[in-house]
Design a binder for this molecule. Structure first.
Ligand code: F6P
Length: 514
């Protein structure tokens, strides 16, 4: 066995050992793993702040878990977490730390993290000022223009937690460069009572710049145009936005980890500053747990090890996110970016191939609706997906208990049925079961618990990156398509010819049809 000093096996060697466990357990379905061990349900459940989790319906046993936790210690997960929180250069391909945890930290941390915390504090004071301006101006609606990490997090939180009719401005989101999106978002809004936020870390993103121009022209008054960016100079050049209306971002926060910064301004506008602070407090509570809990008691470590197990031991290609909460309907889309933009890599930090499969396809939808669409394939299809079921214990809605109980019953039933299956002499009516699922339960769906849930996923992603030896904070994979799209603009306008013969042919057909 390869060693990293003092006989500690290398993480890659331990990763290689996982399929042998899977082979050993191949005749041991989840139903038996659970049935044979009366303590398993309790032993494989843990809680962190407002999030409680059960990993009992995963296809590992205590022996496989021992190796997974040896993997955690050989990869030094606790040390790598400290490195993240303390501002080490955990994003070496871009030469940066990733200090999203400092944005929500409560205690003064030493060094870079402390400086980041102070800057985040100042930015929040400015966010409070924007909220007061918007209120004083009698603004009824705010359109937030941004895409990817400058859109998905705020969109998720606002959709989940904004209360209509609470007197706060309504917040709308515009991301797609398709002009139909801009038309749809402005329809029915009064420009004289609307403010527009342009949210872009780089202020170089095609979609946001183009949509920003449409919205600025529609608004017709630059005094209600705000920007959140790490490149204030570009916001001034491109849109002449007064520096007093430009809020900061920093290169040490990744776009998809940025909702805790001024990128979260749409959240603060829709929910108020107090609930935005509660979101940060929930995330900070999860940070405290993840940083201090030993691996065996650490929710993010369990979640990350389970992801690696399902991918590298069981060879599962897809992972379904199944919120049983209408208000979390945007969670799958949010997690698709967080997880797949972070972990969709095939080379290690040192440039060598990873040598193991990395991120599976993350997808999903809201229960109970999706039970009537793709659940057939989850139950009886040939491909097996791992799953996260996410439920809310107390929905905070008075009355309608029958609906609330039915929702939870469906979550519990599906995770049980998919794991246990059911035999039948009729092959069409047989359920093989053995579909692995984690259940995550929030006591309530509020700012604190949503902050904690998102932070849990952020940490799980980071730890999966450590286990695979890849950088979860860069995203060079998205650059090539952007460059090609920019090169093709003149060809589509008829001012140039595309180099690629297929593209050239398609452009000719498009132009003939126009
Ligand atoms: O999709 C690539 C990406 O760079 C994401 O990582 C980022 O969240 C998004 O584009 C938007 O970038 P920006 O905030 O710079 O406009």
């Amino acid at each position: 066995m390869a060693a990293t000093g003092e006989g500690t096996p290398e993480p890659s060697t331990l990763l290689d050992s996982l399929p042998a466990h899977a082979a050993r357990l191949s005749r041991m379905p989840i139903r038996r793993l659970v049935g044979d061990d009366p303590a398993r349900a309790g032993d494989f459940a843990l809680r962190a702040g407002p999030v409680c989790a059960s990993f009992a319906r995963q296809r590992y046993d205590a022996q496989a878990l021992d190796d997974l936790f040896r993997l955690a210690s050989s990869a030094d997960l606790p040390g790598r977490l400290r490195a993240l929180f303390e501002g080490e250069t955990v994003n070496p391909t871009e030469g940066r730390p990733a200090l999203h945890t400092a944005l929500r930290a409560r205690d003064a941390a030493p060094g870079l993290a402390g400086e980041a915390m102070a800057l985040a504090h100042q930015a929040r004071a400015r966010m409070g000022g924007v909220l007061r301006d918007i209120e004083a101006a009698g603004i009824t609606d705010v359109v937030s223009v941004g895409i990817g990490g400058s859109d998905l997090g705020p969109r998720l939180v606002v959709d989940a937690l904004a209360r209509h009719g609470d007197g706060r401005p309504r917040v709308h989101f515009l991301s797609n460069v398709d002009p139909a999106a801009a038309m749809a978002v402005t329809a029915g809004l009064d420009p004289s009572r609307t403010a527009v936020l342009l949210v872009s870390k780089s202020f170089g993103t095609q979609e946001t710049l183009l949509n920003g121009r449409i919205l600025r022209d529609w608004l017709g008054d630059d005094s209600r145009l705000y920007a959140v960016t790490a490149t204030g100079a570009r916001a001034r050049e491109a849109f002449a936005i007064d520096p007093s209306r430009v809020l900061p971002m920093w290169d040490w926060v990744g776009g998809r980890y940025s909702m805790w910064s001024a990128v979260g301004l749409p959240i603060a506008i829709a929910l108020g500053m107090e609930r935005f602070e509660a979101l940060l407090a929930g995330a900070a509570e999860m940070d405290g747990h993840v940083l201090s809990a030993p691996p065996r008691d650490n929710l993010a470590v369990w979640h990350a090890l389970t992801a690696v197990w399902n991918r590298n031991a069981l060879g599962l290609h897809t992972h379904a996110v199944l919120p049983y909460a209408e208000r979390l309907r945007l969670l799958p889309a949010y997690l698709q970016q967080l997880v797949m933009e972070s972990l969709g890599k095939s080379v290690r930090l040192d440039g060598r191939p990873v040598g193991a499969d990395t991120v599976p396809v993350w997808w999903g939808g809201t229960g109970t609706d999706v039970q009537h669409s793709f659940f057939q394939a989850l139950h009886q299809g040939t491909g097996i997906a791992s799953m996260d079921f996410i439920g809310v214990v107390d929905d905070g809605i008075d009355g309608h208990e029958d609906n609330a109980r039915a929702l939870l019953a469906n979550l519990l039933a599906q995770s049980e049925a998919l794991a246990n299956g059911q035999a039948s002499d009729d092959p069409h009516r047989a359920y093989a079961g053995n579909r692995p699922g984690t259940v995550l339960l929030l006591h309530r769906l509020d700012a604190r618990s949503l902050g904690a849930l998102v932070a849990l996923y952020e940490h799980s992603v980071y730890l999966q990156g450590v286990l695979w030896g890849i950088n979860p904070f860069d995203q060079f994979g998205v650059e090539l398509g952007k460059q090609v799209a920019n090169r093709l603009l003149p060809a589509l306008a008829g001012d140039a010819t595309a180099d690629d013969p297929v593209t050239r042919d398609l452009i000719a057909r498009i132009r003939r049809a126009q």
